[in-house]
Unconditional design. Structure first.
Length: 368
């Protein structure tokens, strides 16, 4: 039976960002609402894991917090110190003007990075075959010197750097969040030992990054693969891109460890993207990644939870990812009857044309 670690702390279900309106503070005519990154998402996932019986197939572990020194492997000491100071002040912003922090945020950010570190340590140490890290806050928009887009520290980058220190030479990071993983790309852009892949909605967020022509820095050409997909892309177009671009790039690279930024904000009902994926589509993509890990990494893959802002549907999407990792019986998606047969499930001609063009452009993309 597959040994799957799940890291979880009750603190992830308690961290409250206060009242915002999507990603701006309530002012003037803008009425307050729950911040999109609120505890409901992780609380509901944790309940689903228990209610479906999946919990019995998982090794649930309380994660350790990352140390400031571990964070500074990918972030400047100045950024780490500023985040601590902002949190100590009780309220402020991590970067960009819409990444609010409160008095708990710095410690939660250390714990979120530690959640991924704990998973990587257990997988590399042979205590688990694979792992799923729950955490709050997200990380993939955070770059060396600043937070951004709800993110404080780049959790997956911190974990990848730790794996490098442990002797892993070839690490692949696949980011399936609907928004470009700009921070992760920037941190490893000149590192040929880390293949960074991001599938995201084209020019959604951040607007200025994520172009297909960004392939890696000097000496690391081909170590970055961006797959910008048009608004409206659903399971058909997304999985076609996965099969034609992502899997071949990973097979060429032959990673020793696979890390997955598991954002599901490309799902139906999500307020922060215009993609149209279903929980079943995410499950198929996850199975592709697990299969790649089996071929090249001895099954060593860690999923790190990030974006997903439909408090109702995102937990079902994350649940599917964990079920795939644990090779567990698949639970029913209660929304599937409403989504079956939708045009967004099909591969549209313009999506095929786009992906085929990206395939031609990305020939030899992964460093070999």
């Amino acid at each position: 039976m597959t040994r799957t670690t799940l890291t979880w702390s009750d603190r992830f279900g308690q961290h409250d960002m206060g009242d915002w309106a999507i990603y701006i503070p309530p002012t003037g005519l803008v009425e307050p609402d729950l911040h999109l990154d609120n505890p409901k998402r992780t609380q509901r996932l944790r309940l689903l894991i228990a209610k479906t019986g999946l919990e019995e197939r998982l090794d649930a572990v309380v994660p350790r917090a990352a140390t400031p020194a571990e964070i500074e492997a990918v972030h400047s000491a100045e950024h780490v110190a500023r985040m601590a100071a902002v949190s100590e002040a009780g309220w402020g912003d991590a970067g960009g003007g819409f990444t609010p922090m409160n008095g708990d945020s710095y410690e939660l950010a250390l714990l979120s990075a530690g959640s991924v570190l704990t998973c990587v340590e257990r997988v590399l140490g042979g205590e688990a075959d694979n792992a799923y890290a729950i955490g709050r806050r997200s990380g993939h928009h955070a770059s060396r010197d600043t937070g951004y887009g709800f993110c404080i520290f780049n959790n997956v980058a911190v974990a990848a750097a730790a794996a490098q220190r442990a002797g892993v030479e070839r690490i692949a990071i696949v980011d399936v969040d609907a928004h470009h993983g700009n921070g992760t790309e920037a941190i490893f852009y000149d590192d040929p030992g880390v293949l960074t892949i991001s599938l995201h909605e084209d020019r959604m967020f951040p607007l200025e990054t994520g172009a297909a022509g960004d392939r890696g820095g000097a000496g690391a050409e081909g170590s970055n693969l961006n797959v910008p997909l048009p608004a409206g892309t659903g399971d058909g177009g997304y999985l076609y891109a996965f099969e034609q671009l992502v899997v071949p790039a990973l097979d060429r690279f032959e990673p020793e460890l696979l890390l997955v930024v598991a954002g599901v904000d490309g799902a139906m009902y999500d307020p922060l993207s215009n993609l149209s994926l279903t929980a079943g589509g995410y499950a198929t993509a996850a199975q592709h990644l697990v299969d790649v890990a089996e071929r090249h990494c001895g099954g060593r893959v860690v999923f790190e939870q990030e974006g997903g802002y439909s408090h109702v549907y995102a937990p079902f999407c994350w649940l599917k990812l964990i079920e795939v990792l644990a090779a567990a019986l698949q639970s029913e998606d209660p929304f599937a009857p409403f989504l079956a047969g939708g045009a967004f499930n099909e591969l549209a001609p313009h999506q095929r044309e786009l992906v085929d063009g990206l395939v031609r452009q990305a020939e030899g993309s992964a460093v070999g």
